[in-house]
Design a protein around this ligand. Structure first.
Ligand code: ATP
Ligand code: NAG
Ligand code: NAG
Ligand code: NAG
Ligand code: NAG
Ligand code: NAG
Ligand code: MG
Length: 672
């Protein structure tokens, strides 16, 4: 019981498994030589990973490794040599690919180690005096890699069977017969590749077989070398078994990776997967790794680093912004360009809402708040006036009115300003008015929009803490929210350009047909110029036509056109035909007439937005205006001379600004 346990422990603790099927029949297996107890001499050694390294890269040396116990070769019953078999894996590495040091031999010897033997061509087996001596009692299977003509070697890559001397009794070039083929496949033993060897002695038939195969090719059925041989007169009853190897003038190393041996039976098969790994191949390979691999690795590392830096810089450039000290106080009004970029999916064309005089407008969804916004990209080269303008935009963030498009904030980049507004799902009003729109608005909707825009503009002019002049009132700047409320957008934006890029040219900004004549003359925007534009807007909405349209035949001026209807005494005829019959005559008339008086060329003659709101709400009656006589004298509106002569008076002129309304006004007092 105790012995059994100890035996099992031995099996578990060492990779070397010694087995004895009967008391005499020695058998062992080494799947690698880690902690193996072989007897080494010469320069043989075990490597740390369990290789048996018979020689290391040295000149004129030999190495031996022997199983440390005697092996009984005599069949006690019959008095003849028993059968035995052995299987091992070896590899020879050399400093040159085509020549190497000498080979390796499997030896059966009366002594452990081979005292007096020489290296080089003697393979560590014999010396020049005892070579061939019958008293040697040595049987060896040589795997010779050098052709020694003195011993009659057939070539420099052969397998031979040696009895007491190096002149082989049988030899053949190294190779193997693939199963099912009589074709010999060569095997180079100095390739550094692992090669399996089987040596079998058949005691009854007195035959020795030697078989080679590349690593991981199973044992071929036909041996490479098979020769009739009676070794009973050569071997003693008890012998040692092991390996011998030698180097000559070329650096080479001989390795044995695994070994099994069995007396009276078939040697156990090696477990190839458990065998230790060979060291990475010789200096040649290593230098290749250094000369080709290292630079390659370095270059690719540099490439990766450079492309990383380029990526980083490009990303940084892509999202670069301009932030100056004075902006810091605007913190929450300042948007990150990256956020806007993400919101608008990289300013994709798909998200483009439209383009106007200042730049393109994109729809977007802010990444964190998921708020829908409209982002306007205004290209702006000059930094002049930027500070004031940004201050104004930021302060306009404080404007809250149901008829204004809320300004959410801004972002600044080199040569570019981005403004962020609330998104208006129904787009701008101009889309519903001219050029056979897909959807038109009925009168109730239009009148509500007009009143809304009027109250929004009134808020800008008078109801907020400071006077804000819109400067660009027009149908395309009136946006419709989800309830079709009219909301004024883009207020104050024209200012950015008013501050002027080139001081020498007074840059007047506004849209054709909406610019008050005095605005064009002086370049100065006032609440009165906004009222003028609002007048043009009223006519636009009621008539469904642009304030000015140019055709090859003639220029159409909406104010003149409406005025001509007024003169004919039927101003309502000027209404948009798309309205059909579903409208309130009084309201249409009111809007058209209000549009006309707002378009008065004399700023003093225009009502204020406060009045406009009051008139539209019906809180005060429409001012009495006399048009008789004017019409007969063929006067026209706006830009034409003589328009000043047209006058009007307001029945309730409570507003201070109305008291301005010119001397001319009295001329035309009285009702129609
Ligand atoms: N806040 C918004 N929500 C939804 N759509 C908008 C918004 N702002 C602008 N748009 C759309 O973008 C288009 C272009 O606007 P933009 O203000 O650039 O040009 P514009 O109003 O025609 O001219 P201007 O440059 O004189 O204002 C508008 O016609 C409108 O359809
Ligand atoms: C070879 O082995 C011997 C003995 O183990 C050692 O002294 C020698 O330095 C080794 N040479 C090389 C090149 O590894
Ligand atoms: C190894 O073998 C030697 C020689 O036979 C022997 O003296 C020694 O005890 C053995 N050691 C082990 C650990 O087996
Ligand atoms: C050795 O003897 C045994 C019986 O002890 C026998 O079975 C076997 O075949 C013999 N082997 C040889 C090679 O003579
Ligand atoms: C040759 O080897 C034998 C042992 O095998 C030894 O006795 C003899 O001295 C050696 N001869 C020389 C010249 O080394
Ligand atoms: C094998 O080796 C022999 C002799 O060295 C040579 O003649 C033959 O061409 C080789 N065959 C192959 C397939 O390399
Ligand atoms: Mg606009």
């Amino acid at each position: 019981m105790d012995m059994c346990l100890a035996f099992r422990l031995a099996i578990l603790l060492t990779p070397m498994i010694s087995l004895a099927t009967s008391s005499d029949d020695v058998g062992f297996i080494y799947n690698g030589f880690r902690s193996a107890n072989l007897s080494l001499d010469g320069i043989a050694q075990f490597t740390s990973n369990g290789l048996l390294k018979l020689t290391n890269a040295t000149h004129q040396q030999q190495g031996h490794a022997f199983y440390p116990h005697l092996v009984n070769f005599m069949n006690s019953t019959k008095g003849s040599v028993s059968s035995f078999s052995t299987n091992f894996v070896f590899a020879i590495t050399s400093e040159y690919p085509t020549i190497s040091g000498h080979g390796i031999a499997f030896v059966i010897s009366p002594t452990m180690g081979l005292p007096g033997a020489l290296p080089s061509q003697y393979l560590g087996l014999f010396n020049d005096t005892d070579n061939g001596n019958r008293r040697n009692h040595v049987v060896a299977v040589e795997l010779d890699t050098i052709q020694s003509r003195e011993f009659g070697d057939i070539n420099n890559n052969h397998v031979g069977i040696d009895i007491n001397g190096l002149r082989s009794i049988a030899s053949t070039p190294a190779g193997y017969y693939e199963d099912g083929s009589r074709q010999l496949r060569n095997l180079s033993m100095i390739s550094g590749k692992r090669i399996q060897v089987w040596v079998e002695y058949h005691g009854l038939e007195k035959r020795m077989d030697v078989t080679l195969a590349p690593f991981k090719v199973s044992k071929p059925k036909s041996p490479l070398l098979s020769t009739h041989l009676d070794i009973s007169s050569i071997v003693n009853d008890e012998m040692y078994v092991g390996f011998s190897s030698s180097t000559g003038s070329i650096f080479s190393s001989h390795y044995v990776l695994g070994w099994s041996f069995k007396m009276n039976g078939e040697a156990q098969e090696l477990t190839l997967s458990q065998l230790p790994k060979l060291p990475r191949l010789g200096p040649k390979k290593r230098s290749r790794l250094l000369t080709v691999g290292l630079p390659l690795i370095l270059v690719s590392m540099i490439l990766v680093a450079v492309s990383g830096v380029v990526c980083f810089l490009r990303r940084k450039m892509k999202f670069a912004e301009v932030v100056e000290d004075w902006e810091l106080e605007y913190g929450p009004r300042r948007f990150k360009f990256k956020d806007l970029y993400i919101a608008t999916k990289g300013f994709q064309d798909k998200e483009l809402l439209g383009a106007g005089g200042f730049g393109r407008v994109y729809r977007g969804v802010l990444p964190t708040s998921k708020l829908e916004v409209a982002v306007k990209r205004v290209s702006h080269e000059s930094r002049q006036g930027m500070k004031e303008f940004v201050a104004e935009i930021v302060s306009m963030g404080g404007l809250h009115h149901r008829n204004l498009v809320q300004v959410l904030g801004y972002c600044r980049r080199k040569g570019e300003l981005l403004l962020v507004y609330d998104y208006m799902p129904n787009g701008s009003l101009d889309n519903y008015l001219y050029d056979q729109p897909k959807v038109t608005l009925n009168w109730v909707q239009r009148f509500r929009i007009i009143k809304g825009v009027a109250s929004g503009l009134f808020y800008l002019h008078e109801e907020w803490e400071q006077v804000v002049i819109h400067r660009d009132v027009k149908a395309s700047n009136v946006l419709l929210d989800d309830e079709l409320n009219g909301r004024l957008g883009d207020f104050g934006l024209a200012r950015l350009y008013d501050h002027g890029t080139e001081p020498q040219t007074t840059h007047v900004v506004g849209s054709l047909g909406y610019m008050a004549p005095e605005h064009t003359r002086t370049g100065k925007a006032t609440p009165c110029t906004d009222v003028f534009a609002f007048g043009a807007f009223l006519l636009e909405v009621a008539c469904g036509r642009r304030p000015i349209s140019q055709s090859p035949t003639e220029d159409f001026i909406l104010v003149d056109w409406v005025f001509s209807y007024w003169c004919k005494g039927d101003i309502v005829e000027a209404k948009d035909p798309n309205l059909g019959s579903d409208y309130v005559t009084e309201e249409v008339e009111l809007v058209l007439k209000l549009g006309l008086i707002c378009s008065h060329s004399e700023p003093e003659a225009r009502p204020s937005m406060r009045h406009v709101v009051q008139i539209l709400e019906g809180d005060i009656p429409f001012p009495e205006i006399s048009s008789l006589g004017l019409c007969s004298s063929g006067l026209t509106f706006t830009h034409r001379e003589g328009f000043h002569d047209f006058g009007m008076s307001y029945t309730s002129s409570t507003d201070k600004r109305f008291s301005h309304s010119s001397a001319a006004a009295s001329q035309f007092s009285g009702s129609r």
